[in-house]
Ligand binder design. Structure first.
Ligand code: ADP
Ligand code: MG
Length: 543
């Protein structure tokens, strides 16, 4: 019968402990610790109910109300513990006799539990519960059978009682722990969702309000995101663009390159910068510079490519303008030399024409070659000065160098400078914008000439580096460049000359970069400077 009473006690106890926990998981998730007064009160009510259904033996009532006291002390602290303890005691006193052992027993337990709580604050609640239960057992054994001589001859009775209280403690702490765990998981999940939401809205805010174009391309090459800025830049709505074929928006000359680039990013997981033109709804083309970043999925495969593109039309225009002004300044400087050069053959022609008049016909050949020279120089000057659409062509590097040298030789002659050309065998075919490459050589040779006030030799050599590239080198005997200035060459407006623009080398760098080449400098003060330009060679040869 006693066993049955205990089991009823235990079941009611578990039910009463779990009901508020379950309810709370629906309502609010305040930590248990913050609810000690309310918790103490509720635990007191449970103990009162437990006392109400306890069984009575010789004026003593038996129930597992102490299990709830142990749990309240370890989970809610002494404040709540005292409230529960007092409610439990009052209800106990109301329903049974033998007040003294009940009052003394509870007082001892409250004192002992408060002391234990003080020294076990750092421990986890489960451990604290175990210690409190141990303390409870000791106090119970000392007070009930030993001091108050209650059922001293029935150790089994006491054992049963202590075990049931223990069972109550175990069931109660299991319920509370699992509830706490659940709450921890839920709060963690909510916190993560919130951070995710916050960061998503932050990034969305950036993506939606930037003037850069942000696009995300998936593995199947479809566009899964296009920022609204596409609408301003291209005049089409993002949704409309999403359904368009890439070939339709991208300039036909660049579509193949673009596709190949994207392919490379997906396959080789490499970042890439690209330049391409996109079609505006009204039909004109806009130049964009785009940085493409691969994004790995869970299994290390590239799932997306994020493309951030920027309208560079204005920048291109400015660069074009710079290029043009530098070209014009060179043309201007050349004019004196050219005029001089034209005047010389003209004098010859004039002289010969006078002779011709007097019947000498052998001079025809000479006349023609002088006229051809005038023609060459003037055409070179004109083509250089005229702005032209950029058009990549196959060209012989040897020819470009020779033409440039021819253009500069009048001025070189005036300054006592000789050109020495030293070309290795071969055609040296490159794909280039002829005029631009010419402009590079012009500026480099002009710099060399300007550095050689006392005249001397400028050696221009051309060789193959056997790695699919050729090296054009310019060695002068000029003043040289101090070591500390070498890294600054190519910076805009960096010049050591009184009337220099400091744009020449910057433009050279830009042009050579566009041609996928590079420039290196070596220099010794007072001895001269060596400038080496590496450019990729074309494989095929002209027949
Ligand atoms: P600019 O010729 O208008 O000064 P550049 O960009 O062409 O501008 O050249 C920048 C500077 O680099 C020059 O002012 C000069 O000091 C230095 N430099 C370039 N080439 C040579 C060279 N071959 N020898 C000595 N100094 C040079
Ligand atoms: Mg210069």
């Amino acid at each position: 019968m006693i066993l049955l009473d205990y089991i009823v006690n235990l079941s009611i106890f578990s039910l009463l402990v779990s009901v508020p926990l379950i309810l709370r998981s629906f309502i609010s998730h305040k930590p248990l610790k913050d609810l000690h007064l309310l918790g103490g009160l509720y635990a007191g009510i449970i103990s009162a109910i437990l006392v109400g259904i306890s069984f009575k033996e010789q004026g003593y009532s038996y129930d597992i109300r102490y299990a709830i006291l142990i749990l309240v002390f370890s989970y809610l602290g002494p404040g709540a513990g005292f409230i529960t303890g007092i409610i439990a005691l009052v209800s106990r006193l109301v329903i049974s006799e033998n007040w003294l052992p009940a009052i003394i027993g509870l007082s001892l337990i409250l004192i002992a539990f408060t002391v234990v709580h003080r020294y076990s604050r750092h421990l986890k609640a489960v451990r604290k519960t175990a210690i409190l239960y141990g303390v409870y057992c000791v106090i119970y054994i000392i007070t009930v059978p030993i001091i108050f001589n209650v059922f001293r001859d029935s150790p089994i009775f006491h054992l049963q009682y202590i075990l049931f209280v223990g069972l109550g403690v175990i069931v109660g702490s299991l319920l509370i722990e699992s509830y706490e765990r659940l709450i921890r998981i839920i709060t963690e999940k909510k916190r993560m969702e919130k951070t995710l939401e916050e960061s998503e809205s932050k990034y969305r805010l950036i993506a939606e309000n930037t003037s850069d174009l942000i696009a995300v391309m998936d593995r199947d090459r479809s566009l899964s995101y296009l920022s609204p800025s596409h609408e301003f830049a291209l005049g089409c709505e993002a949704a409309e663009l999403q359904n368009m074929e890439v070939d339709f928006v991208i300039h036909p000359d660049e579509a193949e390159n673009f596709q190949a680039g994207i392919e490379r990013i997906f396959e080789n997981n490499e970042r890439m910068a690209m330049e391409f033109r996109l079609k505006h709804r009204e039909g004109h083309w806009i130049e964009f510079e785009s940085r493409c970043m691969p994004v790995e999925g869970e299994n290390g495969v590239i799932e997306h490519v994020v493309m951030i593109s920027r309208d560079i039309s204005e920048r291109k225009k400015a660069e074009e303008f710079l290029l043009q002004s530098e070209k014009l300044s060179i043309v201007g400087e050349l004019a004196a030399g050219v005029a001089h050069e034209i005047r010389n053959p003209l004098t010859t022609i004039k002289g010969f024409l006078q002779l011709y008049k007097s019947g000498n016909s052998q001079i025809n050949g000479l006349l023609l070659s002088e006229l051809a020279r005038i023609e060459n120089i003037t055409t070179e000057m004109l083509t250089l000065g005229k702005p032209q659409a950029i058009q990549m062509d196959t060209a012989k590097l040897t020819e470009i160098i020779e033409n440039t040298v021819e253009l500069l030789s009048p001025q070189a002659n005036m300054n006592g400078i000789q050109f020495k050309l030293n070309f290795a065998d071969g055609d040296f075919l490159i794909s280039c914008e002829k005029n631009q490459i010419k402009q590079v050589f012009l500026n480099i040779i002009k710099n060399a000439m300007e550095a050689m006030e006392k005249g001397g030799d400028i050696e221009i050599s051309l060789k193959d580096n056997n790695e699919g590239e050729c090296i054009v080198s310019f060695q002068d005997q000029g003043c040289g460049i101090p070591d500390e200035f070498l890294p600054r060459l190519g910076e805009p407006f960096y010049t050591l000359k009184e009337k220099g623009t400091g744009l020449g080398l910057m433009i050279c760098h830009k042009i050579i970069k566009q041609h996928h080449g590079s420039i290196v400098y070596q220099s010794k003060i007072g001895e001269g400077t060596l400038i080496e330009i590496t450019l990729p060679l074309l494989r095929q040869t002209i027949r």
